[in-house]
Write a protein of this length. Structure first.
Length: 425
């Protein structure tokens, strides 16, 4: 398979660091070899490098080429599947969910400050109620968070207060999480990669892994090179399975799509998103949006339920944006792109060990900016000998669909259609 450059997107057009890392040739040795150069792999590489381990990271295309360089940039507290974690792990699960809620944010903030990563980090995130009944769940959630002592971070917004918060009539209220926010994901990912390299990590682009093995002497092979390591990590939403039965049927790909308008005027910006919040609605098949640092409306959503890309992304997404913000009906669309969200049936990210010295973590169900950084730290901790959180995560019973990927996608398409219909009722 030929390596690909970045797709055309707002992020690729505004990337700060254009470094092209070499392709792997010949044999190299490292303490840890990481497969995949998205947030998961890069965050793990940087954490390992900070702890003095020698690291090789292999990316099939470019750093941040996948979901990490294309997403909505919403840095959202918590991870997907929290209810399942609590159900399966009881009190230990509830504590775990609380303890890690903002750990990814902290890691990102520390790195942005320490390595001077310019990625437009801004605070304020809101979930908005797409149906009146969704407010009940939100009120209960906010009440619980207040009991947990998070009252200074989170507030409920009733419908009567919505005009202060967003210039749309589409929603029935919501809640704001001031500890969460948004950022330029490709610049964060590439900034973390550059930081890892500055600490001695070796990064290779155009280096698709074709085979690998764990065990006593782990190794990884690309078409033209080989890495011999003490530990191998399949880092992130790398859809290749490398013959590992433990990965089969775990993640199903679903398309999600974003448009970016031309830069809006100051008054337009103030009228649609006066508090510069990143916003997601409460539907399962949801819309999400935010303003970029140069005041473009980035409006995204999952709009294929058959897992086939729409012929014209703007033709699908622009009417959705205009429905929410009628005043943007004349805003020109400058960029349109899509990416693949990895859905896990339990919704809990899949974290574990496939054989001795072969780890994996992946499947954030569209909730990966924070969660990738959390999972990367937990796996690196385990490799370095602290296994408490890894053991908890690995105890989650995941569901592997006994289906071919293609059939699994049809099932996912049907599932999404079901949720879309339910959202509409
Ligand atoms: C359109 C869209 C919007 C989203 N919006 C948000 C959001 O607003 N907030 C949020 O929290 N999450 C969001 N997500 C989810 C989030 O982007 C992902 O969960 C996260 O980026 C996953 O990171 P990753 O490193 O695990 O995977 P990826 O970023 O996909 O990285 C995997 C990498 O592995 C490489 N690779 C694949 N196969 C091989 C191989 N054989 N050898 C070597 N390398 C290989 C790929 O080229 C890729 O670069 C969104 C996702 C999409 C697609």
């Amino acid at each position: 398979m030929t390596a690909q450059d970045y797709i055309r997107s707002y992020y690729a057009a505004t990337v700060n660091d254009q470094t092209r890392y070499p392709a792997l040739e010949g044999t190299v040795k490292a303490d840890v070899c990481i497969v995949g150069g998205g947030f998961s792999g890069v965050a793990a590489a940087l954490t390992l490098a900070e702890r003095g381990r020698s690291v090789v990271l292999l990316e099939a295309n470019r750093i941040g080429w996948g979901a990490s360089g294309r997403n909505g940039g919403q840095m959202i507290g918590g991870i997907s599947g929290e209810e399942t974690i609590k159900q399966q792990l009881g009190a230990a699960g509830a504590k775990f969910v609380r303890d890690i809620r903002y750990r990814g944010h902290q890691i990102i903030e520390e790195r942005v400050a320490k390595y001077g990563i310019a990625c437009d980090l801004a605070y304020g995130w809101m979930e908005v109620a797409a149906r009146p009944r969704h407010m009940d769940n939100m009120r209960a959630y906010v009440e619980q968070r207040m009991k947990d002592g998070d009252g200074d971070q989170i507030e409920i917004v009733e419908k009567s207060r919505m005009p202060e918060v967003l210039g749309t009539q589409s929603y029935y209220g919501g809640y704001i999480d001031r500890r969460s926010g948004h950022l330029h994901p490709l610049n964060l990912c590439r900034g973390e990669a550059a930081a890892a390299v500055s600490l001695g990590a070796k990064i290779f682009e155009d280096s698709r892994v074709v085979k690998l093995s764990g065990g006593a002497k782990p190794w990884v092979e690309t078409a033209r090179g080989r890495v011999e390591a003490q530990t191998v990590i399949i880092g992130g939403e790398v859809f290749d399975k490398f013959g590992q039965s433990g990965l089969k049927g775990l993640m199903l790909p679903a398309g999600s799509y974003i448009i970016a308008t031309e830069p809006l005027s100051g008054s337009e910006t103030a009228s649609v998103d006066p508090q510069n919040l990143a916003v997601a609605d409460s539907n399962v098949v949801l819309d999400y949006f935010r303003m970029s640092a140069d005041r473009r409306m980035l409006f995204g959503g999952r709009c294929n339920y058959t897992n086939r890309d729409p012929k014209d992304i703007a033709a699908v997404m622009q009417p959705r944006m205009v429905k929410v913000f009628p005043r943007l009906k004349n805003a020109r669309v400058d960029f349109k792109w899509g990416g693949t969200i990895a859905i896990v049936v339990t919704r809990v990210p899949a974290v574990g060990r496939l054989s001795p010295n072969l780890y994996y973590f992946q499947g954030y169900s569209g909730h990966g900016v924070n969660a990738t950084h959390i999972a990367a730290e937990i796996v690196v901790d385990a490799i370095c000998g602290t296994t408490e959180k890894f053991d908890l995560f690995a105890r989650i019973k995941q569901i592997q669909l006994p289906l071919s990927d293609q059939f699994g996608n049809y099932m996912l398409g049907l599932g999404m259609l079901y949720y879309r219909l339910r959202d509409l009722l």
